[in-house]
Design a protein around this ligand. Structure first.
Ligand code: ADE
Length: 221
């Protein structure tokens, strides 16, 4: 998969993409990630990428030209263009599964008070990572990349994502334990040390359902 990210702050991505599973996925060529500073695409001789809003109001609005030109340069017929914005559709695991099947995605990180609506003429999908407002789309773009790349074939143990989906029905994870068996008087449930794998699977599934009902009953609708 190819991922192009359009941002005014490319150095924000250095840390998250150079550690752990994402770093390995890049090294093993499971994903190719390129960060583009769309300031490089502005027609303005002073490098301007934003201006005051028509109709008045506080703050600056990202201009359409630099972003649209940058997208048009990178886009092919196989590209899905995604704009990160709090006004987008709520991001869900199901969307991560769908996006993991794409060949090429472009992620546009908005900033400041907003963006010129005409940017959406080159956008296929607007996504929000939650009902709160961040300072820009960079952290949301990292969230998408992380959640999508872990689903790409060969990036992590396939069982791990089978377990987090249970066939489309997203359930919360079951409780996990490691050594020691007794931590300050809190014991590991007997079933997990029984050696009976069928019983363990059943217990884990039931714990997932119980937790999901208790904490996130909306996921079971
Ligand atoms: N940009 C600012 N806040 C955001 C959010 N919650 N989701 C996606 N993009 C954003």
């Amino acid at each position: 998969m190819k991922v192009d990210i359009l941002s005014l702050f490319p150095s924000m991505f250095v840390g998250p993409f150079s550690e752990s599973i994402l770093k390995r996925a890049v090294q093993n060529e499971k994903v190719e990630i390129t960060i583009h500073n769309f300031r490089d695409y502005t027609d303005d001789s002073h490098g301007k990428v934003d201006d005051t809003p028509f109709g008045g109001g506080a703050g600056m609005v990202l201009m359409a030209q630099p972003i649209v030109d940058c997208v048009e340069r990178l886009k092919t017929e196989d590209t899905k263009v995604i704009l990160l914005t709090p006004a987008g559709i709520p991001y869900k695991q199901k969307i991560a599964y769908d996006l993991a099947k794409e060949k090429h995605i472009i992620l546009i990180c908005g900033h400041y008070e907003g963006f010129d609506e005409r940017i959406t003429s080159v956008v296929d999908m607007e996504i929000s990572i939650g009902d709160y407002v961040l300072t820009g789309g960079e952290i949301p773009a990292m969230v998408l990349v992380d959640s999508i790349v872990r689903l790409l074939p060969g990036v992590i143990n396939e069982r791990s994502h089978l377990e987090d989906s249970f066939n489309e029905n997203f359930l919360l994870d079951y409780p996990q334990y490691t050594k020691p068996r007794d931590f300050r008087g809190q014991l590991v449930p007997d079933v997990l040390v029984s050696g009976d794998h069928q019983k363990i699977e059943k217990w884990r599934y039931e714990e997932s359902v119980r937790r999901t009902k208790e904490r996130r009953s909306d996921l079971l609708q």
